[in-house]
Design a protein around this ligand. Structure first.
Ligand code: T3D
Length: 263
């Protein structure tokens, strides 16, 4: 049987492709398991310095598979969605946030429900012009999950976050870029080139510094300024002792390209 996550390695860039195109790459328990395994394998592999997450076919990911047996009502006529969240969406959102390498979402077509928040939970999102993001949850009586309640107000502010989450409206990629939800919207024909170039650029940088940067930014939004400055001092001290800082300065002085290795 076809794997539900395709894994491709190009230099130091590992691309993970959600592979249930007939169901717009919506999540089943099996897809969750394979994606987590693939992310964990990438995290542990020193040859990986950037991960690209994308979807096969015409969509990125339509969120939870609403036809999955996990969604079938139990004896009392209700569905234990909490169990699915605890088992799958929570660990996935945290795993993404803690990856030791930058994670790039390449979004073609629709990213809906948890699929939208999976993309928005990546470090940078590059989307084709025909892509769109849908906080579909309110339409089926749920709230944004897979980190959506945390991500949306931080990415776009309260007014936009609530507008998107309450209406469940389709947000075209161009608008998503304008609102600051994603990094770039590019012409569909340029998507592969743009993602490949950015991924290799990130892969050549100091992986450790990039991972610490994400961690510090995420922490700092919850800190007062003095505490954020303490955090900067702590990590700058750590990174200042590491190989990559010496290499970066040496390369700059010698006017050559740096060769980073800390991860
Ligand atoms: O456990 C929990 O439930 C908690 C977790 C919740 C997290 C969530 O993600 S909740 C939100 C779930 N997702 C949605 O509500 C989105 C549902 N899908 C749609 O609204 C539309 O499909 C799209 C807007 C995403 C795309 O529309 P369109 O017109 O481009 O495509 P389509 O024809 O609707 O879908 C194409 C096929 O994919 C179709 O199958 P078919 O008829 O050709 O055999 C459709 O049923 C299937 N599909 C799309 N989304 C899902 C799906 N199958 C299962 N689950 C889906 N979410």
């Amino acid at each position: 049987t076809e794997p539900l996550v395709l894994v491709n390695q190009d230099g130091a860039v590992r691309t993970l492709t959600l592979n249930r195109p007939a169901a717009l790459n919506s999540f089943t328990a099996a897809l969750h398991r394979q994606l987590r395994e693939a992310l964990e394998a990438a995290a542990q592999d020193p040859g990986v310095r950037c991960v690209v997450l994308t979807g096969a076919g015409r969509g990125f990911c339509a969120g939870q598979d609403l036809h999955d047996p996990d969604m079938a009502p139990g004896p009392e006529g209700t569905v234990d969605i909490g169990a699915v969240i605890e088992a799958h969406y929570k660990p996935l959102a945290l795993l993404l946030r803690r990856m030791p390498v930058p994670v790039l979402a390449r979004v073609q077509g629709v990213a809906a429900g948890a699929g939208a928040n999976l993309a928005l939970g990546c470090d940078m999102v590059v989307a084709g012009r025909s892509a769109s993001f849908i906080q579909a949850f309110s339409k089926i009586g749920l709230i944004p999950d897979c980190g959506g309640t945390w991500l949306l107000p931080r990415l776009a502010g309260r007014a936009v976050a609530l507008g998107l989450a309450l209406t469940g409206e389709r947000l075209p990629a161009e608008e998503a870029e304008r609102l600051g939800l994603i990094w770039r919207c590019v012409d569909d024909a340029q998507l592969d080139e743009a993602v490949t170039a950015l991924a290799h650029r990130l892969a050549a940088m100091s992986t450790r510094a990039l991972a610490v940067t994400r961690q510090c930014l995420d922490q700092a939004v919850q800190l007062d300024m003095a505490a954020a400055l303490d955090q900067e001092a702590h990590w700058q001290r750590e990174l200042g002792r590491a190989h990559d800082f010496r290499e970066g300065v040496e390369a700059f002085t010698a006017k050559r390209a740096p060769v980073f290795r800390d991860r």
